[in-house]
Design a protein around this ligand. Structure first.
Ligand SMILES: NC(=O)c1ccc[n+]([C@@H]2O[C@H](COP(=O)([O-])OP(=O)(O)OC[C@H]3O[C@@H](n4cnc5c(N)ncnc54)[C@H](OP(=O)(O)O)[C@@H]3O)[C@@H](O)[C@H]2O)c1
Length: 253
């Protein structure tokens, strides 16, 4: 059984590539350009399927850019589905401290920002973001993702591709807001205590850890493409965060 659909939230698909030792970048936390052309095509397919793409400020700082849809077949499929050519590419940055010289700001894509009032103020007059979602302070301690995602859904984002990094992914998984996970395991070892992993944050107790159902697997020239569905949480309630800060095994565990 998958996470029960909450009609106020978009369907969220996490797409990541990691090394065999579970790192999504090297210890210098730079852009992760270690996967194959096949993996990039797979990522573009997931981006093309989405109405919106969400990534963290750390990821934008590492890449300076984002993956737009360029494959003509994928563009044609979007038009057939009555979607605009490019999904809105949304960065989550509480501080809004992003360099306007990033190539991201020149890419021919609609851009979105999820931020605080201070972060929004930096960008309000620039016209560089088509959408700015300002999250009230009371909903940032901790970040109220079900509420934020409901705003995205209300703006017409029904399918959201989540592209990392580990900090943002931990936030959404901790709120039971991720439905599908596509993970590409790449044939290299990065190591390093400070290298980011698919899910950083404070972590989950084993008893409370999100559980997955394997839907498909395939190997292509040394890479393994995995598709998992996230099972419903052990304690019901979208919006109840269950990271190490607050999760307790249930009395029945
Ligand atoms: N292999 C892959 O598939 C893949 C995919 C994506 C990313 N990556 C890698 O992942 C790395 C980036 O991941 P990341 O986890 O560092 O960043 P991230 O998840 O992209 O972004 C982290 C966000 O957390 C916010 N933040 C940091 N500390 C906070 C705090 N105390 N309270 C509230 N918000 C806070 C930051 O906000 P501010 O913007 O305000 O600082 C930032 O926007 C890069 O090395 C990138 O190459 C790999």
């Amino acid at each position: 059984m998958a996470i029960a659909p909450d009609l106020t939230l978009p369907h969220i698909t996490l797409v990541l590539a990691m090394s065999l030792d579970g790192k999504i970048a090297d210890a210098q936390r730079r852009a992760a350009r270690f996967s194959s052309a096949a993996d990039l095509a797979h990522l573009e397919e997931k981006v093309a399927a989405a109405d919106g793409v969400l990534f963290g400020g750390g990821t934008l700082r590492a890449y300076g850019t984002t993956l737009s849809v360029r494959n003509p077949d994928l563009l044609a499929q979007r038009r057939q589905r009555q979607q605009i050519d490019q999904p809105v590419q949304i960065v989550w940055s509480p501080s809004g401290n992003l360099d306007p010289k990033f190539r991201y700001f020149q890419q021919p894509i609609p851009r979105g920002l999820v931020t605080t009032a201070d972060g929004a103020q930096r960008w309000a007059e620039t016209g560089l973001f088509k959408h700015i979602w300002t999250v009230p302070e009371a909903k940032t301690q901790p970040w109220n993702w079900p509420w934020i995602l409901a705003q995205l859904k209300a703006a017409g984002i029904h399918h959201l591709a989540l592209l990392g990094g580990g900090g943002l992914t931990a936030e959404l998984l901790g709120h039971h807001c991720v439905h599908d996970i596509f993970m590409t395991v790449c044939p290299l070892i990065l190591g390093g205590r400070t290298a980011p992993t698919p899910v950083d944050g404070t972590g989950f107790l084993v008893a409370m850890a999100p559980r997955l159902q394997l839907l498909s697997h395939r190997a292509v020239e040394g890479e393994v493409f995995l598709h998992y569905r996230v099972r419903p949480p052990p304690l019901q309630g979208v919006g109840n965060s269950f990271t190490l800060e607050n999760n307790q095994p249930s009395p029945t565990d």
